[in-house]
Write a protein that binds this ligand. Structure first.
Ligand code: UD1
Length: 429
């Protein structure tokens, strides 16, 4: 079983190219079901969740193959409209296939994605929006049966700006007759990327990035060549790593306009951050200071996916910072692991208070979820001594090769195959 072994205490110095965005690629892979013809996805990150999506596409009868970092998908030979329970459980965001299969086949049968390590993961907004478009949906023992002889565009008002529901409805609306307007839509950059991909395939979608998205249905979609956007949460991870360990790094391809809430907090904490069209430079030369309350919120608010990562960066800051998690119920599971490294954190409900300590120390810790795992890497780089991070399969869901990237930034980190061969001579560099 793989672990990450981190020797902390050194500054970071170097540059790295930021991988393609997981949260953009996953809905795009579902969207390939709408296109007749080959889709060529350039700069596609090779991740566990991407592999899970590929397994779903292949199960449905589609072809998907890698050529280096390009993923080529052809969904012409689709032969199934259902997804097995095992495949649905491999990836919590698999519900995104519902709208696409329904639009392509007029029916879809798949099991409920269920809860996850962040707490319950309801899809009621996805389902009510699909019903608004004319789908009949029944739930038989956790299996959803969806039927729509014809999907018909109309106005859909989301009661909250769910990212997944917005994406699912955009896909279903492409297969509907007439026009759909999604109000109170999520505004995340990944939604804009999905719109750009769909339009590159011949769809007529507008408004993404605002709260109202318009989809003119009934267009026939073709294949395209598309480049994936950079992953803003991976970029946030490396910025936070440099902020807390100290040093100066450059993230090639990272876009600050996607990261404004994170870079604003890092500047407040004392970092120097400059960016241009080629990427973001972050320099951190002294102990960070505590910042004003960090409240997670839908985009353009502070991203919930960066909460654990920023918390890890502030563990040795001067003063106390309050975090308020407003998106997911169970998103402080990393706290107990950080405490093992000497952090001082008090959690009460959705609030966590981090009081900066002078030093952190290495410890054996375990990933509790994807971003919680990345947070352990950030903390370990600023800790004295060695940290062994286990259960790193969580990290592999969203980071193509976190050890290689952090090594490029000058970190002493290695992926080791088992605790027995974790001595420095046998590390995989
Ligand atoms: C996406 C991201 C995830 C990120 C999250 C919030 C992907 C693959 N994942 O997840 O990394 O943390 O956005 O930025 O893009 N909700 C309902 N009913 C629904 C749908 C959602 O109550 O039908 C609630 C959720 O429980 C949660 C909140 O809405 O509390 C936000 O969820 P949502 O925006 O849908 O997140 P995801 O699309 O699952």
């Amino acid at each position: 079983m793989s672990q990450l072994l981190v020797r902390g205490g050194g500054c970071l110095r170097g540059s790295v190219t930021v991988q393609g965005a997981k949260n953009s690629v996953l809905p795009i892979l579902a969207a390939t079901l709408l296109a007749r013809g080959q889709v060529v996805l350039e700069g596609c990150p090779h991740l566990r969740d991407v592999d899970a999506s590929i397994r779903i596409l292949r199960y449905l009868g589609c072809e998907a193959q890698w050529e280096g970092s390009t993923l080529i998908v052809d969904t012409a030979a689709l032969k199934r409209c259902e997804i097995s329970d095992i495949l649905m459980r491999e990836m919590r965001s698999s519900a995104i296939f519902l709208g696409a299969i329904l639009a392509r086949c007029g029916r879809a049968d798949l099991s409920y994605p269920g809860g996850c390590e962040l707490g319950p993961r309801p899809i009621d907004l996805h389902l009510s929006g699909l019903r608004d478009l004319g789908a009949e949906i029944t739930d038989e023992g956790g299996v959803l049966h969806c039927r729509a002889a014809e999907l018909r565009g109309r106005e859909i008002l989301l009661s909250l700006p769910s990212v997944g529901a917005t994406e699912n409805l955009m896909l279903a609306a492409c297969g509907a007759s007439e026009t759909t307007v999604i109000s109170n839509a999520a505004r995340e950059p990944e939604i804009v990327d999905l719109q750009n991909f769909l339009n590159a395939c011949g769809a007529k979608v507008s408004g993404a990035g605002s709260s109202a998205i318009t989809v003119e249905g009934g267009q026939s979609l073709h294949g395209c060549v598309y480049g994936c956007m950079p992953d803003r949460i991976v970029a946030a991870t490396y910025l936070c790593a440099a902020a807390s360990a100290g040093g100066e790094i450059f993230l090639r391809g990272a876009e600050e306009r996607h990261l404004a809430p994170v870079t604003a907090v890092l500047r407040e904490a004392g970092c120097t951050i400059v960016s241009d069209s080629s990427g973001i430079l972050c320099a951190s030369r002294k102990r960070l200071r505590a910042v004003r309350t960090v409240r997670t919120a839908p985009y353009p608010g502070f991203p919930t996916d960066a909460q654990a990562i920023l918390m890890a960066a502030l563990l040795r800051s001067r003063g106390a910072t309050v975090f308020e998690e407003n998106i997911f119920e169970n998103r402080y599971r990393h706290v107990d692991e950080l405490v093992r490294m000497g952090a001082e954190i008090q959690v009460s409900g959705r609030v966590a208070v981090v009081t900066g300590v002078e030093t952190l120390h290495g410890a054996p810790v375990r990933c509790t979820d994807l971003r919680g795992g990345a947070a352990l890497c950030v903390a370990a780089l600023a800790a004295e001594g060695d940290t062994h991070i286990s259960e790193i399969g969580h990290i592999d869901r969203g980071y193509q090769d976190i050890a290689r990237d952090l090594q490029a930034l000058g970190a002493d980190i290695a992926r080791v195959e088992s605790p027995e061969n974790s001595n420095p001579d046998r590390r995989q560099r």
